[in-house]
Design a protein around this ligand. Structure first.
Ligand SMILES: [Zn+2]
Length: 311
């Protein structure tokens, strides 16, 4: 079903990069600037990251795989001891905003400011400039692609327009897109957080694992790419992390799987493009820079009396 799958190294059928986003309480502060600091119980739930991250790193190391963590730079400054094992074990730290500020709430100028500030903190902590970006809140503005290209990013992993890597082109250059899939996010499966108005009945880890396995099977069958948007305070808990381990074992037993960091995958994809061994689908961004012209038609919304739905 994939028209032209990426030729993965050593004839692998599927590239796998299990990603964790270490948000901790970063997002809470811009979300509730007046009261976030008073929400002690919720913060304690989020600060599970402090014990979950070393545990996850140990888990990955036990399976002999290097994976990727997307970390708001403020979390590195606030929780350096939790982040250190990621770097010490050779996993990738990539950019995920500074205070998990939503790009959709920024001007172009402020979006660039946070992008550069976050990159500076990561470079200072890891000794390496981040090459990848995942927009906080999956936010991606009409300026984001241009700014990422301008700042020299190798890859983005916020968009969702394919089941395999593709190339995003902009006025300032291009980058590899490693698309995510909400099905492979852990919030829809587990998040029951009354303080944040998430009231999803949590699945048993074995049920979520079944979803992840079937997603992997299809990607393996068609020569695709598997990545996750998991969170240490959600999926790093005991039973759920055991399920993650069972998933890794299942993938390793299946065979012909290339476990790699997002940086390694994007580097490989870029090399295939450059040497002509693979031609990517290209997507020009932004999709729109202004409202579509058809909205000027007087019949559009002519009978609308008010908002009928919300998201
Ligand atoms: Zn996040």
């Amino acid at each position: 079903m994939l028209v032209d799958p990426v030729p993965w190294p050593n004839g692998a059928r599927c590239a796998v990069s299990i990603n964790f986003d270490m948000d901790t309480d970063a997002f809470l502060h811009p979300m509730h600037p007046d009261k976030a600091h008073t929400m002690q119980a919720l913060i304690s739930w989020l600060r599970y990251d402090e014990i979950a991250i070393p545990r996850i790193v140990k888990h990955f190391d036990g399976y002999g795989i290097k994976q990727s963590f997307f970390v708001p730079a403020w979390c590195i400054e606030r929780y350096p001891k939790a982040v250190a094992p990621i770097v010490e074990s050779g996993h990738e730290i990539a950019a995920h905003g500074y205070l998990h500020e939503n790009p959709m709430d920024q001007t172009r100028e402020s979006e660039l400011y946070w992008l550069q500030r976050a990159a500076g903190v990561i470079e200072e902590f890891t000794g390496r400039r981040p090459t990848g970006w995942r927009g906080p809140w999956a936010g991606f503005t009409i300026h984001s692609a241009d700014l990422l290209a301008q700042e020299g990013y190798l890859y983005d992993t916020t968009l969702m327009a394919d089941s395999q890597p593709y190339l995003v082109t902009t006025g300032s250059g291009d980058f590899v897109e490693l698309p995510i899939d909400i099905t492979l996010d852990d919030w829809p499966h587990y998040a029951h957080v009354p303080d944040l108005a998430y009231l999803i009945p949590p699945k048993a880890p074995s049920q979520a694992l079944q979803v992840f396995k079937e997603e992997f099977d299809a990607r393996w069958k068609h020569g695709g790419f598997f990545t996750t948007t998991w969170h240490p305070f959600v999926s790093g808990r005991l039973a759920r992390l055991e399920a993650v381990g069972r998933l890794i074992e299942y993938m390793q037993e299946t065979g012909d799987v290339w476990f790699a960091t997002m940086h390694e995958i994007a580097t490989h994809v870029r090399a295939c493009i450059d040497d002509g061994s693979w031609t990517p689908r290209t997507v020009r961004m932004p999709y729109y820079s202004e409202p579509v012209a058809e909205l000027a038609n007087e019949h559009v919304n002519a009978g609308k009396t008010g908002t009928t739905w919300t998201t």
